[in-house]
Design a protein around this ligand. Sequence first.
Ligand code: CP
Ligand code: NVA
Length: 306
Amino acid sequence: MKKDFLTLYGMQKSEFDEIMNRSERLKLFNKKGIEHLSLKGRSLGMIFDKSSTRTRISFEVGMHQMGGLAIFLSRRDIQLGRGETVRDTARVISRYLDCVMIRTFGQDIVDEFAEYASIPVINGLTDLLHPCQIAADLFTIKEKKGSCEGITVAYIGDGNNMANSWINAATVLPFRLALACPEGYDPDKAILDRGIKEAKAEVTLFRTPEEAVRNADVIYTDVWASMGQESEQEDRAKIFRHFQVNEKLLQHAKRDAIIMHCLPAHRGEEITADVIDGPRSVVIDEAENRLHVQKAIIEILLEGGI
Ligand code: CP
Ligand code: NVA
């Protein structure tokens, strides 16, 4: 049966370790300039309903580096944008491609796509989840801290797709997750409840960022208004103003805590420029790792794994 990469929830730890190990190897090949053409003749379709810098480039370049082809498919340019059904699109493109990545709004669209596609489907971000980002984030943490296990990650800000995916990851790996979200902007309730119950270590939701960053090894934040929420930007800026990652907040954290952000960032909103551009920030390495980790994910999926 074909495998998809739609969410981290339900993944076995051994499967996750395989992604991490393979990412490490692929990164090494990349750094040493060793050719690795494992996907010669294979093709990835990339359907985008939302903007992207990192996801598009890292998938496209990743396929190229492995000897394969990536095809950028904006919804505007394919018949999906003119009302062709997800079901027909999924069935038809399965006859041309070996794998497809989708970035869209509803998780239901990705799920439906996966149901009808006979090729592996990768979730490249929905309103609910962003599993590729978290896989790259965990790889980055492993690089910087030696392991993702036993550490504490503080997530500060909106209970959005990033927060939800962090919670899912905490049901796979034993790290503590301390979230701080303003009331009314919690992560998805079902995901949070399940995460608290099924956490390998601990998932806790706080109402102040100071509580969440205490003892954190990683401080993570994301935009206050995600793609599709642009009209709420002004209101959210007021509601989230006490949830900014700034120097003052870092005084409550461990001295060696690293700063992460999935990017794009809004300096002066969810994070200050001195923090995101400061010595503790690993955001550019984190962005680079999207490339290596997604190459690993595609390779494993095309071998029938995950
Ligand atoms: N972090 C991330 O997914 O970035 P893009 O929106 O640029 O792809
Ligand atoms: N929460 C952000 C993540 C962007 C990578 C968004 O959905 O816009």
